[in-house]
Design a protein around this ligand. Structure first.
Ligand SMILES: O=c1ccn([C@H]2C[C@H](O)[C@@H](COP(=O)(O)OP(=O)(O)OP(=O)(O)O)O2)c(=O)[nH]1
Ligand SMILES: [Mg+2]
Length: 159
């Protein structure tokens, strides 16, 4: 039994905006049975040199309409690119709303001190669908006491 066997697959509508996807490059799909995300590809026309410190908005070649307001999607860096090459996201994390139907874009930021060339179709980030809680804020004057109280920002020390 694979670890993901207990998970019901959830259909999410996807539009292919770049005809190379599904032909020259695979459509987004989990790499393993229990992968949390699917990799997103940089659907640029030609190799793109990202200079140190530069950021650029790259089309993923797809649009997704999540539809269910109890879900959203997060665009996250790939750990290898982020750690080894400093290729992360210009917005740090991308949030895709359930009602967004436009092109899924990836803001790529080269936080390293070396230029990085992004090849057409390269897997550049990943997309994770997550459940959300719809908060309705209820204004109060005082909170009931909690164990932490107002302590934060390192209040518990370092070790
Ligand atoms: O990395 C990202 C982040 C966002 N989006 C799209 C989907 C999201 O639903 C929409 C709006 O994102 P967000 O609310 O984070 O951006 P904003 O600057 O507040 O734009 P808006 O005024 O349109 O809400 O942009 C992307 O394609 N990629
Ligand atoms: Mg917004």
């Amino acid at each position: 039994m694979s670890p993901a066997d207990g998970l019901a697959a959830r259909p999410i509508e996807l539009k292919v905006l770049d005809a190379r996807l599904g032909r020259e490059f695979p459509l987004p799909a989990p790499a393993t049975a229990a992968s949390a995300g699917v990799d997103l590809r940089a659907m640029v026309d030609a190799p793109l040199v990202l200079e140190p410190g530069a950021s650029v908005l790259i089309p993923s070649g797809i649009a997704v309409h999540i539809g269910d307001p109890a879900l959203c999607a997060l665009v996250l860096p790939r750990s290898g690119l982020g750690h080894k090459h400093g290729i992360v996201l210009g917005n740090l994390v991308g949030l895709i709303d359930a009602d967004y139907q436009g092109p899924l874009m990836i803001s790529c930021w080269n936080r390293s001190d070396a230029a990085f060339t992004i090849a057409p179709g390269e897997r550049i980030a990943q997309l994770v669908i997550v459940p959300i809680v719809r908060a309705v804020f209820r204004v109060v004057d005082e909170f009931a006491p909690s164990e932490r109280g107002e302590g934060g920002f390192g209040s518990s020390g370092r070790h």
